[in-house]
Design a protein around this ligand. Sequence first.
Ligand SMILES: N[C@@H](CCC(=O)N[C@@H](CS)C(=O)NCC(=O)O)C(=O)O
Length: 232
Amino acid sequence: MENKDSSSGKSSHVTLYANDSSQPSRAVMIFCDLNGIKYEKKVINVFAGEQFSPEYKKLNPASQVPCLVDGDFVISESHTILKYLHATRNCADHWYPSDILKRTKIDEILDWHHTNLREGVHTYILRKIVYPMMGKETPEWELKDLLKKFKKSCKYLNTLLKSSDYLFGKEMTIADLAIFSEFIDYKLHPDFDVSSYPELQKWSERMQSVPEVVNACYTTLKGAEKNKLAKI
Ligand SMILES: N[C@@H](CCC(=O)N[C@@H](CS)C(=O)NCC(=O)O)C(=O)O
């Protein structure tokens, strides 16, 4: 698929290549559901390596989910997809405010997300639970470092949330979706202890009071019930 013209992408029908166990995929699904953006979901089973199929690689050479197709325009990277949908679907301003100061704070935490919280949760789970299933071991010091990253991230988020209901005020932004979709996976392993972060816990409960959020994170929540990764 070719990206011919940046103004020609917008179509009434978008296709989202995603996986319910993928944190970035969930953030996009929640945003679509909360904003009435209809999409066709095509599940890519990343555990079975479907992201490496020639057809999918043609679409997204980065071989990852999520990936959004809007007409003949193809986008990967969840944060970029969220901003693109916000800009092209007349979504309410609060999700990604036009005020440059507010917008920049959201960009700041989105950038922070991938090298901090995501390492602390997603990478930890990969190395602690998934890799051993494939016979790959991770040195203990590396696991400890990742867990340290999780704690440091929680501390930072807890501080941010002391003064507001959501990360940046009284209303949800795309940052809440990206961060929550990642954070909630702490429920998948008892090594993650969030008891010292009350504001973060309250925010997490607040996010979970939204049915669209719970629906998208069903895999994690169900997996957490069994205290193991749900098999997709
Ligand atoms: N920075 C990307 C991260 C995407 C990502 O890590 N996706 C994972 C699933 S959660 C994936 O596709 N993994 C398969 C692989 O890398 O082979 C985003 O925010 O969209």
